[in-house]
Design a protein around this ligand. Sequence first.
Ligand code: DI6
Ligand code: FE
Length: 393
Amino acid sequence: MHDSVWLHARLATMAGPVIRDGALAVTAGRISWVGERSAWKDKARVEHDARGAWILPGFVDCHTHLVYAGSRAHEFELRLKGASYEEIARAGGGILSTVRATRAASQDDLLSLAQRRLRAWLAEGAAVVEVKSGYGLDRDTELKMLRAARRLDGLTVKTTFLGAHALPEEYKGRADAYIDFVCDEVLPAAAAEKLVDAVDAFCERIAFSRHQSARVFDAAKRLGLPVKLHADQLSDLGGAALAAKHGALSADHLEYTAEAGIEALARAGSVAVLLPGAFYFLRETRLPPISALRTHRVPIALATDHNPGSSPLSSPLLAMNMACTLFRLTPEEALAGFTVHAARALGMQSSHGTLEVGKAADLALWEIESPAELAYALGANPCVGRVRAGAVQ
Ligand code: DI6
Ligand code: FE
């Protein structure tokens, strides 16, 4: 006897061909049966009629900076007058302006701001959101951000420590000393409080070098934590190869990654996370190496990269459309990017990302004719239901 079953559902399992008249059963919060309705012979205590709706795994947004205070709308205005993102960052705006606002906010303020932002993800059927620190850049504020992220309600949250996001003003000219501080004090404190699921760094000429990023990875390794990297977004610093060398879960951005870096990711089994929101918002022109990623069979995930500076984007659906329109991904690749491959980018491939027996019953129901509609439309939200651990939300 199963707890509940959805009948007359169209299923995009993301693990095989679609099922046009399917059944999906749930027991104790997990998927306990999935297949053709004609083959469903079991019983369930509760029967739902999906009335032809499509059921997909709940989306996994594997790269966000959802917890922060303040707004950067004025920088948007400056950029419209001709300033570049890098110029604003070098002049003490950019990430550092969000750091000032985030340091001044209480943990409760950060939580309520992020919880309110999160409504958009819940409305689009999200099941998992990754949230990074990195707007504190001091011990207490990094911990405050991670504690706020852990308290977010409504879906599964994975937290990533991004202490190496930018150099705080008080360490100006002393980047290596800041990296010491991150590795020796902040990360161990966050890990001791069990606030860290993975460790990230921003490897970029306006942020940290390969060598500094590698030191953060070594510190993560000492604590038994997996790593990921903001790599090759604005220039090719060899970030993808560095991530691969450290067996990273993912390398993210990758606009400037050369083919050797892609080969390294393939060999390491790392996921490539593409972030079309930042590409769009910064009006970048250098496309990520999609055909090399396909040739070398690197799994491609997508994410919103939600953050106040380079990607104020709160819609996985719009990110999928942008990935198709700007990067020429297929709608099928875009869907895989927010489900099966995104789960892998967080090391959650055994619990999320597909509709398979044993996985979490975190589902989204969609009133659409075909899954491609999710990547095709702009600004529509055909999500008609969300199920979390088997419970209708
Ligand atoms: N890459 C980005 O695009 C964001 N952080 C990062 O490492 C930018 C964050 C910001 O501008 O606030
Ligand atoms: Fe980011």
